[in-house]
Design a protein around this ligand. Structure first.
Ligand code: HEM
Length: 515
């Protein structure tokens, strides 16, 4: 019995010593860590909302990331740190700070961070390629050979023909539907697929099966890159990626892209068009394949990447711009009327608005700018990462910092915009402010080295479609809905759509004949 008691006592004693030893070790580790973090942060600490262990700041994020980050920036400032799970990001929410990142330190922040899903989906493309020789060459090809001002002009016929088809589709609906609402979001999405397919690969991709497949892969791409996968949030748990992450879905989608691109490229290699020097992306890229000035030579992966850039970056963003513009116009009939007056004054009733007419339409251009200010299709742009340490606003930003620039918040900055929540195209009349990367209060296309190379193409297409839609038709809300009830909520996602697809009643415009 005594022996047993002694044994118990000894065991309690040794447990206590083990406990003390553990506590002592934890304390030592804590002080070492504290000392380390203090010695690291010799400058000002970047403001950050309070975070929780493991999940970081995820609990402060709604599904509308751009809106949650905007609200937090009002409290914590235009430059703040936010932990997505275990990973710290720098969130930039003012035009001054965006200028520091994309102009003052443009080269420092010219690379993209790696991300589990984007790394699976991307080829040698421009949008997600890390900064370096490969990216420089691909961007040059994109801006000089595929999307130069001359090339965009040469795509004019495609844009005009496709807008004519769009107007034809809407007219058929008017004559057949007996005032039932038209599913405008869907029609605009198809319109952008048609335009982009023709620019990228000429006519033949329009075959029904490929068309459906393209729609499916583009939509799935956006769904996938809109979400953080487990490996992005918790790098120490990346091994779980194979079981519960999104990687498997991304691999499946990548295979579909592969199939689609290989079929298209193969068909072009065999076609007569190429021999005549076709004027679409695939033929141009094929002709560059043997160009000695392109060094290193283009691989199949680069070719697929350049096509993916146009499909993934161009379709969704441009259709969303027209969709939001129509939504704002239907909500504000005075602005719709003013726009219709401008277009109908310049273009005769029954005629199509042409690309040349657009240059005379200042109010139309102001409507598109105002739409991009309030509804930048990629509200958080594309992420950046610092390649060296730098100092911004007194804060030391270490090398390897991942950065999000909130263009949605910047479009609402009180310092730059009067009545920022109001849709007022008039603010741009007589103003020099543009979206081409020089005015940091309006950056829907980003700025600096990584600026979007599709600006001219996207805006020319959106302007032409919108001008013709308001020229030929009058638009109304479905009869049961009031303007106050009309929902303008955002959908969650990487590119921000309307939460509810746009459905409107449409009528042919017939001018009043006055004697
Ligand atoms: C309204 C339509 C569009 C919007 C709002 C938009 C927006 C953007 C944004 C925010 C970026 C990132 C810029 C940065 O990091 O600073 C970007 C990059 C890019 N966009 Fe667009 N885009 C649009 C249309 C297009 C079109 C039509 C194309 C091509 C056909 C295109 C091709 C690209 C490419 C290739 C990049 C990557 C540039 C790089 O990383 O160097 N975009 N776009």
């Amino acid at each position: 019995m005594v022996l047993l008691q002694e044994m118990q006592f000894t065991s309690i004693q040794s447990s206590l010593s083990l406990l003390c030893l553990s506590l002592f070790s934890i304390l030592i580790l804590y002080f070492i860590a504290k000392k380390k973090s203090l010695s690291k942060s010799t400058g000002k600490l970047i403001p950050s909302p309070p975070k929780l262990p493991i999940i970081g700041n995820l609990h402060q994020l709604s599904s509308l990331y751009h809106q949650s980050l905007y609200s937090l920036s009002l409290k914590y400032g235009p430059i703040m740190q936010f932990h997505f799970g275990q990973v710290p990001w720098l969130i930039v929410s003012s035009s001054d700070m965006a200028c520091a990142i994309m102009r003052t330190y443009d080269l420092t922040f010219a690379t993209r961070p790696s991300a589990v899903i984007a790394d699976i989906l991307r080829y040698g493309d421009v949008a997600f390629e890390p900064y370096g020789e490969d990216w420089r060459q691909l961007k040059k090809i994109f801006t000089i050979h595929l999307m130069s001002t001359k090339k965009i002009f040469s795509f004019k016929t495609i844009r005009e023909e496709e807008v004519r088809n769009l107007i034809g589709n809407i007219s058929s609906h008017v004559s057949l539907s007996n005032n039932a609402p038209i599913e405008l979001s869907k029609i605009l999405f198809s319109f952008m697929i048609d335009v982009t397919c023709r620019v990228v690969s000429g006519k033949f991709i329009m075959e029904e099966r490929r068309y459906d497949m393209l729609r499916e892969v583009v939509e799935e791409n956006f769904r996938l890159i809109s979400r953080f996968s487990i490996g992005d949030l918790f790098p120490s748990f990346s091994w779980l990626e194979r079981f519960i992450g999104l990687s498997r879905r991304a691999i499946r989608n990548r295979k579909k892209w592969d199939l689609l691109f290989e079929e298209v490229i193969q068909a072009h290699v065999q076609s007569e068009e190429k021999k005549k020097g076709g004027d679409n992306f695939v033929d141009i890229i094929l002709s560059l394949k043997n160009d000695p000035s392109i060094n290193p030579a283009l691989t199949m992966d680069h070719m697929k990447g350049l096509m993916a850039d146009a499909f993934a970056a161009g379709i969704d963003t441009t259709y969303v711009t027209i969709d939001w513009a129509m939504s704002e116009l239907i909500k504000k009939p005075d602005i719709m009327k003013k726009l219709q007056e401008e277009v109908r004054r310049i273009v005769k009733h029954g005629d199509m608005v042409t690309s040349e007419d657009l240059n005379k339409m200042d109010y139309l251009k102001a409507v598109i700018k105002e739409t991009l200010r309030l509804h930048p299709p990629l509200p958080l742009l594309l992420p950046r990462e610092s390649m060296a340490e730098c100092k911004i606003n007194g804060f030391t930003i270490p090398k390897g910092t991942k950065v999000i620039i909130n263009a949605w918040a910047i479009g609402r900055e009180a310092k730059s915009w009067e009545a920022p929540e109001e849709f007022m195209p008039e603010r741009f009349i007589g103003s020099q402010v543009d979206y081409k990367g020089n005015n940091f209060q309006l950056i829907p296309f980003g700025a600096g080295r990584r600026i979007c190379p599709g600006i001219l193409f996207a805006t020319a297409t959106a302007e032409l479609a919108l001008a013709n839609m308001v020229h030929h038709f009058d638009w109304e809300l479905p009869s049961e809905m009031t303007r106050e009830e009309f929902d303008m909520s955002d959908s969650p996602g990487f590119s921000v759509h309307r939460k509810n697809e746009l459905e409107l009643v449409v009528k042919m415009f017939t001018p009043h004949i006055t004697n």
